[in-house]
Design a protein around this ligand. Structure first.
Ligand code: AMP
Length: 281
């Protein structure tokens, strides 16, 4: 497995793979890998001949009061995991390699980015779209794999690829949970044992909401969200949002809605967790 720190080296490797007729898959990550990330690498290995995992804690997607500096990192462990799962290369640049001091171009999605996480993280998706565009131009993938864990991000990246005509297929891979139901996340490391227990209210309440909607359909959305609020608040969660929306538009569901997204962001102590569920209606 190769490790690249420089944009030019990564591009040269990708161009060479293309010349050899190989199909390239990209798995963008911020590292501190867990089974959720590794499931994306597994999917990438099924899709392509060459699998590039990018590991980059992207400063432009963090707000000034967010956890950029303390975001967990363990490159040696990540490297071993990528190698064990069959990745061909890691792209792990320094921020200075990715961003010129006088950079002045952004990629900004203007609609879906305003919803859900965008309300409390106003610059987040601009940073994500910009860095993912750069990673696409650096790694030259045919296909890129994203996780359903970040449902809004996956939707925005698909929109970006459509609207900017990136010749790249976007695959969204299922959300991986711990046996307890907790959605896997690098940020789970911040949780105390007690907070981790409290955080189980997220997946538990999503399941309850799913049952309510399975029974009574769209009309149960309001009550389902209220039931979630009650359960999560009882477990000391500080709710940023819980919303039940049309999964393809992120608008309120209508009679044309075929799939709902219930998405949430909740803080336990200082740790902000997200989770979601898709429900066919
Ligand atoms: P991150 O390192 O948190 O930026 O995540 C990198 C990629 O892994 C994103 O596409 C995430 O959606 C995906 N991912 C993170 N956690 C999970 C999970 N529990 N299940 C599936 N995909 C995940």
């Amino acid at each position: 497995m190769e490790i690249f720190r420089k944009v030019s080296d990564m591009q040269a490797f990708a161009k060479n793979a293309i010349r050899e007729g190989k199909k390239i898959a990209l798995v963008p990550t911020m590292g501190f890998l867990h089974e959720g990330h590794l499931s994306l690498i597994d999917r990438a290995c099924k899709e392509a001949d060459v699998v590039i995992v990018s590991i980059f804690v992207n400063p432009t997607q963090f707000g000034p009061t967010e956890d950029l500096d303390k975001y967990p990192r363990d490159f040696q462990r990540d490297k071993d995991l990528c190698e064990a799962r069959g990745a061909s290369a890691i792209f792990a640049p320094e921020p200075s390699e990715m961003y010129a001091p006088d950079r002045s171009i952004w990629v900004d999605e203007e609609k879906l980015s305003k919803k859900l996480c965008g309300k409390s993280r106003p610059i987040h998706f601009r940073g994500v779209c910009t860095v993912v565009s750069k990673l696409f131009n650096i790694c030259l993938p045919d296909v890129a794999i994203f996780g359903q864990k970040d449902a809004q991000q996956a939707l925005i990246i698909k929109r970006m690829v459509r609207d900017l005509n990136f010749p790249i297929e976007i695959i969204v891979s299922p959300l991986i949970r711990e046996a307890s139901g907790l959605a896997m996340s690098s940020r789970n490391k911040y949780l105390t044992a007690e907070q981790k227990e409290d955080a189980l209210s997220l997946s538990r309440s999503l399941k309850t909401a799913e049952k309510m909607i399975a029974k009574d359909g769209l009309s149960a959305c309001g009550a389902a969200v209220e039931a979630m609020r009650a359960e999560i608040t009882t477990c000391n969660g500080e709710i940023d949002y819980i919303e039940c929306l049309d999964s393809s538009t992120l608008e309120e569901p209508t009679d044309k809605t075929t799939e709902l997204l219930i998405a949430l962001a909740v803080k336990f102590g200082t740790t902000r967790l997200i989770d979601n569920i898709l429900i066919g209606v």
